[in-house]
Design a binder for this molecule. Structure first.
Ligand code: F6R
Length: 562
């Protein structure tokens, strides 16, 4: 969700920027652009669509100081005017922005009254003009930036060009930004995944700002220089590429059994004592997450005997959920950068520090800002649709719950390995499903939480409209949808559950197509297998519908806006 890159480099800067944007493209984008300085003039090249189109537009431009951006439309439609970088009215500044400015309308009106004109619908163009205005007063870029920061309400990571200087300025507030350190080169990036030859990096924290030049960098907070820890870049594991797979989603579903083992092997070496007592001493456990991680929390809470509640992050902080200092707040996020989750964390921390962060990304904002942290060890997840991370989030919480109850963790590989024969069956269901516009998933009890995730996965990658519901609710309204050959997926044991059976009869008697997915409910973890099956179902259906499986339309891997 918006990617930022900036660098000063004597040779090959254009390639560096384009490669960096490509490495950030998993964040999701619908337009992109670069900006650079040539003879004290700022130029921009922007396009709707892919980085490939941008590359063709750039041709053989040579420059040594530049910024780049991939935009995921928020303020204003997806067009070239709204794409970044944005230039100030008199061409002094240009910037790329990730985040949302809440008071941009007021600021825009103020600037229009001062004679500024606007050519896009974005909040970002307001920042660049506010900067030019403040520079007109202070005649000092650093002071102008400080004044701008004090006027902005919202979230922002900015990289800024000033046409008369060979420096790139930056600011961060609640949107991710790192400073890469290479051999004789400094860079600015949205995340560590975009690092190229840089061997180390610095995490820029909220309200920090500064600049990079060709031979140095400086970071400030509240007008004072700050010294930061330099982190080593982790050596990439070879499995990042797709190997024999065309799609990351398929590769990542296949990795589920090995990632569970990866988690089990890593967690063995971690002393959980403090976290266990943090949870044990809490009056109530509050799980907070978004999307698939929310579904993981719903499933995982059932492993805990304590009083507990699961809340969607975007609802938690916006409805000002009541905080109790005696509770333990558990935040779950694959990326560790989901804005709704981070906002919820900030909201809790104002009152209570009893927080636990569960994430796949070490040093992510969630990891750094919670009292205690646990990693899910699912290795990098690239496909936008989360699969292996969902399973490992649940697995991790299962391990924590077992430790809490002083029980052994019982896991066998066959709880998660699907036979080729079964895959073929699922492929055949997907062939039928591809011609449908709607589907329903029904279940009873905690299987409903699995149905929610199965339904989300199908809709996000295949674009088939899908709903999940408790089986007994079907007859209270949704049954109106059931007609001949309407697909309904049933999760659960129909032999043991007569209520599930009556729902099935109701569907069949109206001509609906019923697909049953059952598992051994006596084992806490055997649900993993049917979730894998549902992931394959979504994957194959999307494949037959020729969808962009790894990057479904309108979606971003890391949702860094509210
Ligand atoms: C769906 C999906 C999203 C994410 C959600 C939260 O497949 O991936 O629903 O689960 O955006 O993301 P994280 O877990 O990174 O906080």
């Amino acid at each position: 969700m918006c990617g930022i890159i900036a660098c000063i480099k004597t040779k090959g800067l254009c390639t560096y920027l384009l490669n960096g944007l490509k490495k950030e493209d998993y964040r999701g984008y619908d337009s992109c652009g670069i900006g650079f300085i040539e003879n004290e003039k700022i130029k921009t090249i922007k396009t709707v669509g892919s980085i490939e189109i941008l590359k063709n537009k750039i041709k053989d431009e040579e420059f040594t100081i530049g910024i780049g951006h991939t935009r995921w439309a928020t303020h204003g439609i997806n067009n070239v005017e709204n794409a970044h970088p944005h230039i100030s009215n008199h061409g002094l500044f240009s910037l790329v922005h990730n985040g949302t400015i809440y008071n941009y309308k007021d600021l825009k009106k103020e600037l229009i009254d001062l004679g500024f004109s606007f050519y896009s619908e974005t909040d970002s163009e307001v920042i660049v003009n506010l900067l030019e205005y403040e520079y007109g007063i202070t005649l000092d870029v650093k002071k102008a930036i400080e004044n701008v920061i004090s006027r902005l309400k919202g979230t922002f990571a900015l990289c800024i060009l000033f046409c008369y200087e060979k420096r790139i300025y930056f600011v961060r507030n609640h949107s991710p930004l790192i400073l890469g350190i290479g051999q004789n080169i400094f860079t600015l990036l949205s995340d560590v995944n975009a690092l190229q030859d840089e061997k180390a990096y610095i995490n820029i924290d909220d309200l920090e700002y500064g600049y990079i030049s060709d031979d140095s960098y400086q970071i400030y907070k509240n007008g004072k220089k700050v010294k930061k820890i330099i982190e080593e870049k982790e050596v990439e594991k070879e499995n990042k590429n797709k190997l024999n797979h065309v799609y990351y989603m398929e590769k990542e579903i296949e990795e589920i059994p090995s990632m569970i083992n990866n988690l089990l092997n890593n967690i063995k070496n971690i002393d959980l004592t403090k976290i266990i007592s943090q949870i044990d001493n809490a009056k109530k456990l509050i799980f907070i997450a978004s999307g698939t991680s929310y579904h993981a929390a719903l499933k995982a809470q059932s492993f805990f005997d304590k009083e507990k509640e699961v809340i969607i992050a975007s609802e938690f902080y916006t409805t000002k959920y009541q905080i109790d200092k005696n509770n333990c707040y558990i935040f779950i996020s694959q990326s560790g950068e989901t804005m709704d989750v981070l906002k919820s964390l900030e909201y809790v921390k104002d009152i209570c520090n009893n927080t636990l962060g569960i994430t796949n990304v070490k040093n992510s904002s969630l990891y750094k800002n919670t009292k205690s942290q646990l990693l899910i060890y699912a290795e990098k997840e690239i496909a936008v649709a989360s699969t292996k991370a969902y399973i490992n989030e649940i697995m991790l919480l299962y391990i924590v719950a077992c430790n809490l109850k002083k029980q052994n963790v019982i896991y066998y590989d066959d709880l998660s390995i699907i036979s080729n024969e079964r895959k073929e069956k699922i492929k055949n269901i997907a062939k039928t499903l591809k011609n449908k516009n709607n589907a329903i998933f029904i279940a009873k009890g905690s299987d409903y939480f699995l149905a929610l995730e199965a339904s989300l996965k199908l809709k996000e990658v295949s674009y088939i409209h899908s709903e999940a519901m408790y089986a007994g609710e079907l007859k209270h309204g949704p049954i109106a949808l059931i007609e001949k050959n309407f697909p309904v997926f049933v999760i659960g044991d129909i032999k043991e559950n007569e209520y599930l059976n009556s729902a099935i009869e109701e569907i069949k008697s109206r001509g609906g197509l019923v697909y049953q997915f059952n598992y051994d409910h006596k084992n806490s973890l055997s649900f993993i297998k049917i979730m894998e099956e549902f992931f394959y179902l979504a994957f194959y259906t999307a494949l037959f519908k020729k969808r962009e499986i790894d990057k479904p339309r309108n979606l971003a891997k890391s949702v860094t806006v509210e």
